[in-house]
Design a protein. Structure first.
Length: 324
C-alpha cells in the first residue's frame, strides 16, 4: 500500500511517497532542513546513530535486515567481494554490513573500504563527486596491505553501501571511479536503507551488471518556500577536504577484521559501575564506537550512540538542538 506524506520544514516542504517498506518509514527516518543550496533538506536516519541518537541494538537490527536482503537478492555474489561505505554517514553502516555479511555467510573473501573527505599520507586510488552534497569531493585510497591490493585486483563483486539514494548519481560516480581498479569485476550490488529514486533504474547505468537493494522504496521531492538559508556566524566551513597528519587505518586503507580491544574497553567501562552510556563517534570514526556501544548494550546497560557531523543541518523538524 502506497503511503504519501508532506513534512513542512523551515525552508520548504518535503513530499514523500513510499511504495514498499521492509521497515516502516517512521522506524527508519525523519526529516530536517539544512543550509545547502543544492538540497535544502536532510533525511535524518533513526537507525544510523549519526544526526540523532540511536540504540545500538536497533542499529544492528537494521544492518541485519539490509544484509539479509542482499543475501536474498544477490546471494551468489562471486568472490572476492569488495564492500565500500560512503563517508561520512554510511561508514558505520557499510562496515557493519560487511561484518554481518561475513558472519552470516562465513565467507573470508571480502574486503571493506570507505570513502573519505580526509587527506592522509597515502596513495589516492580514485576520486568522485557527490553532486548534491555540502562537501562534494570523495577520495578512495589504495589499500596499504599487499594482500588487500591483490583482493581488489581479483575482485569479481562490488557492494556499495549508503544510507539513502535519491537519483543514484553518486553511486554511479563511485562505481565508475573505482571500476578501472577492479579489472575482474562482474557484479555490482548497491545497498541502502532507503531508495528514493522513484523506481528509476539507475543500476542500468552502472559499469557492470547491477542490482539495487534497500529496506524502503519510494519517491521524494523538495519544494522550497523561498526562505533564505541563513548560516549562523559560528558555522565552520565544511566544503573543503580535511587534513589528518597522523592516521590509524580503521577502514580508509582497507580492512577485513574487527579492531582489537573493544571487549576489554567495554569490560573496563562496566567495572566503573556506570549504568548509562552515551557513546559519541567523531566524523568518519564511527564503527569502533558502535562496536563498543553494542557490547555495552549486550551486557545489559542503557546505551545510546551518536556521531559528530559536517552536515549543515538546521534546528527544527527532527533536530531539536545542535552543538557546534
Amino acid at each position: 500500500m502506497t503511503t504519501k506524506r508532506a513534512i513542512i520544514l523551515s525552508g520548504g516542504t518535503v513530499e514523500i511517497e513510499v511504495f514498499n517498506a521492509a521497515l516502516q518509514l517512521d522506524h527508519l527516518c525523519d526529516f530536517a532542513a539544512r543550509n545547502n543550496a543544492k538540497r535544502g533538506f536532510l533525511i535524518v536516519s533513526k537507525v544510523l546513530g549519526r544526526h540523532m541518537p540511536a540504540r545500538p541494538l536497533q542499529m544492528q537490527a537494521a544492518v541485519e535486515a539490509l544484509t539479509s536482503r542482499i543475501l536474498m537478492q544477490a546471494a551468489d555474489l562471486p568472490g572476492p567481494v569488495v564492500f565500500i561505505g560512503l563517508a561520512e554517514t554510511a561508514v558505520c553502516l557499510g562496515q557493519s554490513v560487511h561484518d554481518t555479511f561475513g558472519r552470516f555467510t562465513g565467507r573470508k573473501d571480502t574486503l571493506f573500504l570507505h570513502t573519505t573527505r580526509q587527506r592522509i599520507d597515502a596513495k589516492v586510488m580514485a576520486t568522485f563527486t557527490e553532486p548534491h552534497s555540502h562537501a562534494a569531493m570523495h577520495l578512495i585510497y589504495a589499500p596499504e596491505c599487499e594482500a588487500h591490493l591483490r583482493m581488489m585486483q581479483d575482485a569479481r563483486s562490488l557492494v556499495l553501501i549508503d544510507d539513502e539514494v535519491s537519483t543514484g548519481v553518486t553511486l554511479i560516480n563511485l562505481a565508475q571511479a573505482i571500476g578501472p581498479h577492479l579489472p575482474n569485476l562482474e557484479r555490482i550490488c548497491t545497498a541502502t536503507l532507503a531508495d528514493w529514486s522513484n523506481a528509476a533504474d539507475y543500476a542500468a547505468a552502472m559499469p557492470s551488471p547491477a542490482e539495487a537493494v534497500s529496506l524502503l522504496e519510494g519517491a521524494i521531492a523538495w519544494c522550497p518556500n523561498g526562505e533564505p538559508q541563513s548560516v549562523a556566524p559560528t558555522t565552520l566551513p565544511v566544503t573543503a577536504l580535511g587534513l589528518m597528519p597522523s592516521h590509524v587505518n580503521f577502514g580508509r586503507l582497507g580492512v577485513q577484521a574487527r579492531p582489537q580491544g573493544i571487549d576489554k574497553l567495554a569490560a573496563d567501562l562496566i567495572r566503573d559501575q556506570a549504568d548509562r552510556f552515551l557513546i559519541i563517534g567523531t566524523g568518519e570514526f564511527t564503527w569502533p564506537p558502535f562496536l563498543l556501544a553494542h557490547a555495552l548494550e549486550l551486557a545489559g546497560h542503557d546505551v545510546m550512540m551518536q556521531a559528530t557531523s559536517r552536515s549543515p543541518v538546521r534546528v527544527g523538524g527532527a533536530i531539536g538542538s545542535a552543538l557546534t
